[in-house]
Design a protein around this ligand. Structure first.
Ligand code: ZN
Length: 70
C-alpha cells in the first residue's frame, strides 16, 4: 500500500492522506478545479444536450404560428 498518490487535477505527487487534509489533491486550488470540471461535465451532459433537443420543438411550433395567422 505504498503506491504514491497523484493529484487528479495536475498529476503531481501528493502527500499521503494521513498528512494531507486535501487528499487526493495537492492543494485547495486543484480540488476546486477538479470539482468544477465534474460539475461542468454533468451540466453539459444532463442539461445541455436535453436543452438542444427541446430546441427543435419550437421550430415545429412555428407551424401553429401560421394557423393563428390564417
Ligand atoms: Zn494538484
Amino acid at each position: 500500500m505504498s503506491k504514491p498518490a497523484h493529484c487528479p487535477s495536475c498529476r503531481k505527487p501528493v502527500l499521503p492522506r494521513a498528512k494531507n487534509p486535501l487528499f487526493p489533491f495537492c492543494s485547495a486550488r486543484c480540488r476546486a478545479v477538479d470539482l468544477g470540471k465534474w460539475l461542468g461535465e454533468e451540466y453539459r451532459v444532463g442539461g445541455g444536450s436535453a436543452d438542444e433537443q427541446e430546441d427543435e420543438l419550437p421550430s415545429a411550433a412555428g407551424e401553429s404560428d401560421s394557423e393563428s395567422g390564417a
